[in-house]
Design a protein around this ligand. Sequence first.
Ligand code: AMP
Ligand code: MG
Length: 343
Amino acid sequence: MGKRNRRQGFVVLLLCLSLVTAASGCSQRKEYQESTVYAMDTILTFQVLTDSDSEIFDLLRKEVDQVNLMLSATDASSELYRLNQSDGERLEISEDLADVIVRCLSVAKETDGALNIALYPVTQAWGFPNGDYHIPNGEILKDLMKKIDWKEIQIERNQIQLLPGMALDMGAVGKGYLTDRCVAVLKEQQISSALLKLGGNIYAYGTREDGSAWRIGVQKPFSEEVAAILTAKDEAIVTSGTYQRYFEKDGKKYHHIIDSATGYPADNELESVTIVSESGFQADALSTAYFVMGLDASIQAWRQKEDIGVIWILKDGAIYYTENLDGRFTAAEGTETYMVRQE
Ligand code: AMP
Ligand code: MG
């Protein structure tokens, strides 16, 4: 475990400190403009430094619609929906969808199945995709557990075959994948500064208008306060946490991140995991996977990688963070923090 490292910081009441500031007097007359859309079961907010007549928001909306039409498990017109109805039949899918699935399978391998996109029968049994939350019947759950082996997904180029009864859930990666597509659009349109907020997925694009790094708040679980603030530039900051979607039954909380080994919400010392990465997809996939793995296993997994930062918030309020975030990271006052070293 990394060296104990207590720090003092400060509490701020806003989740995200990157405030929209009008750039009056700027010669190009650009200013931060904001567009909000509800999709992928969450609120997506785009803040972009742009001309007032910019078409950027139409282009971003197009990406949202296309990704939704590809990855939604609940929209009957989506490609994933069709795949989930295939009941063992071999199917031809788009190259984009095949690419996302292959990348998910690679993360599944890397995390020993902690990320499991074949979990849909189980997440559905808990009612997470449609909000009809309930504890599934034990026998039914046991049966469904036979249908969630991601190693049974046969995919070659854009030909895919699932076992009968299998179905995929891209909820753990969809927003990260969409983030990367939006970032590509911002680059194409030569945007210099933007902040994308897709539920728990944030992307700090470029710098703020004055050239300073974005300041991103990591939410304190079950609170409106921030637990820590991180400076960021051209990076995704993605959090998976128990508080993001859950229901309560008989005084116990049941959240939406499922451990494939049990079919139940992953139950460990963690309340949230935040990943910092240049890739929105990677950050989203690994935040979910590291949450399932728990603190010790995910620290070991991080040590095999060099290109990501990680912040773990424990149920007792302590924060662990990787040493590559040192200097960019300020925890709320009074928080116990521990730096995790590469060794
Ligand atoms: P995230 O908020 O990115 O951590 O993703 C959580 C969502 O991914 C859930 O709402 C489910 O749709 C799905 N999911 C839950 N557990 C897993 C898991 N172990 N592997 C892959 N997807 C999962
Ligand atoms: Mg995720």
